[in-house]
Design a binder for this molecule. Sequence first.
Ligand SMILES: Cc1ncc(COP(=O)(O)O)c(C=O)c1O
Length: 413
Amino acid sequence: MLDIQRIRTDFPILGREVYGRPLVYLDNAATTQKPRCVVDAMTDEYLNVNANVHRGVHYLSQQATDLMEQARETVRRFIGARSTAEVVFTRGTTESINLVASSFGQAFLGEGDEVVITEMEHHSNIVPWQLLRERTGIKIKVCPITDEGRLDLEAFVRLLSSHTRLVSVTAVSNVLGTVNPIKEIIAIAHAHDVPVLIDAAQAAPHMPINVQELDCDFLALSGHKVYGPTGIGVLYGKEALLEQMPPYMGGGEMIGKVSFEHTTWNELPYKFEAGTPDYVAATGLARALDYVTSIGIDEIEAYEHQLGTYAYEQLMQIEGMNIYGPAPSPVVSFNIVSPSLQGRADGGLIHHLDLGTLLDRLGIAVRTGHHCAEPLMHRLGIEGTVRASFALYNSREEVDSLCDAIRRVATMF
Ligand SMILES: Cc1ncc(COP(=O)(O)O)c(C=O)c1O
């Protein structure tokens, strides 16, 4: 079992107060806090190693390059990729998915070809495909969810056709907390010869990922959601696919030889890393993944499962509580019906923004709104939710604080 009180001391920010109250940080699906070791590793690199990577013959440049390539190896191990050639550093999940939409789209997708996504996707796994649709005339097909907030797998199978060229699906919903059966989805898609992109933004902090076991073709994640810095993420792609895809951006690093007549591309993964990369963030991400590994991703998953179960049970005892999505999960979205607001068109929901704002005054940081998943809100028939999302450093006491605060705030309506 995790020693939460000890783990919390690794995260200085958790000791601070807001509005004179202890901070209860429950907005981890938006971004996680950073352990001191991540900040220290980045500070050390800036203060003692800093130099541009891959280009210099001098000592510091080689040292910085070594750190960046060690970071790539750490990522490779963390996600179980076969080779570092398959690990592309990006700015985050959003850029990783845009890279695939643009580059895979250019190589393999044309008018009438179909990309299957789902009703529970984050905007970053919807809009890149819409942009591609405007450019090339592809079709986007959307797999529906059930009333319990799970993917409708039968509908998914029916959506696959001889025109399907890619399935792009999230591993874990950032709103419902639903953990999708991605291994099964990948197997089904592969039986139709269709490659699969997994959005692992919400999976990477909470569960083991092994791209070879999953056999996914692409996988995207963000460093800042897994205790690492902002501005760095990963695109995993199978080498054979990445080899066939054109560069996403042009510039330094990604070239072999340049002349005004003809330019050749660098080898993988550099073909997809134009310009000076955020090598210091790469070091920070590697340190964060090492931190997660040192605690144990299986232990984290087990602890968060217990915490999610406890949160669900406690929240369900609150009068008027509506939780969206299947429990338990480290992501809990809800609204509260107030008896005094009954009879209104929205069924008497306390507005999520009001609830979130008042919880904030009590020191509880939650997120409110559509969570970048507007189509999912339409499906649920609501404008938004309050979302409490947990990380490895959250405690049962914090769940109790959340529940106490909700009870207190709800009486104000
Ligand atoms: C499921 C999911 N996909 C993609 C993203 C986008 O991540 P980023 O903004 O780090 O690129 C998020 C962020 O909330 C997410 O939850």
